[in-house]
Design a binder for this molecule. Sequence first.
Ligand code: GLA
Length: 349
Amino acid sequence: MNESIRCPFGTTPSGEQVEQLTLSNGILTCRLLTFGATLRSLVVPDKDGRPVDVILGYDTLEEYRTQDGYLGAVVGRFANRIAGGRFTLNGREYTLAVNNGPNHLHGGLVGFSYQVWAVEELTADRAVLSLVSPDGQEGYPGTLRVRVTYRLEGSALSIRYEAETDRDTPCNLTNHSYFNLAGQGSGPVLDQEIALHASQYTPADGTSIPLGVLEPVSGTPMDLTRPTPIGAHLDEPFPQLELGHGYDHNFVIDGPIGQLRPAAWARCAATGIVMETETTLPGVQFYTANFLEPGRKGKGDAVYGPRHAFCLETQFFPDSPNQPGFPSCILRAGGRYDHTTCYRFSIAE
Ligand code: GLA
């Protein structure tokens, strides 16, 4: 390996140094940034053994700082939306920034995706990044101490999210990678296949806030329980797809919360690359990159646009601080948040 495992990746306007970390285990190679604990690239061998970077990203810190698509970033303190930027906890109402129509999105104005994380540990195939989010940051209660561990394990990348708080707080951490199994910069993913281990989803209103019910996917274009080309039903006149401008929905992963279990499967015929996603979390936001800015320049010569990737944001359900019927996202003072999501690669038979 001739690339340094740790190298500078620019300086923020306030003078913080950002680093790029490279992990490799002879099968997979990934690049991380301390800015946003971002997954900047993930290089996977295709069916002919050629390296394919399956993650969208940017060449410069400036682009990561000014983007609003959260490419590859760790999102927190609360991934996805909180209705009206308000919730009540232990009898007290909290007010958060409203940064997505009428709602709070992805942790607010300066969420975890836009902060510089500390490197706690670094080996050839493992990096531990940490962040302390002070009491009151972005309106959330309690000092939250977060650790994210990226680890290459054979042909899989696992991401473990750990957190502790000194006051009860919502906590919902995810990674917002945009995957394209034909290679980043190769255009739309409409012919790549997806399957979700989800027999229910949470239908949402026109601002992507769940209505509070779990609905069966069966008989609708939300039924992705069998491998389906991503583009097969995307433009059908189904109200939920019209409201979301495509898939941008939380699916309820079958099986017990807290156990690492299958969440999604995806395959690209051209490269033969198969990606299986497993998680301990209750849900996954399947998002077809509907809002990627058309013509936006990405890594190398890549040019991105809507539907040039898909996201599988494993998560507590959106707006769960306001939805008593959803699994609780509240991390209690003295308790431990410990969730893992794993992306496993193989070649189609
Ligand atoms: C999530 C949301 C989308 C969008 C992206 C970021 O996937 O559900 O609506 O906000 O993040 O662009």
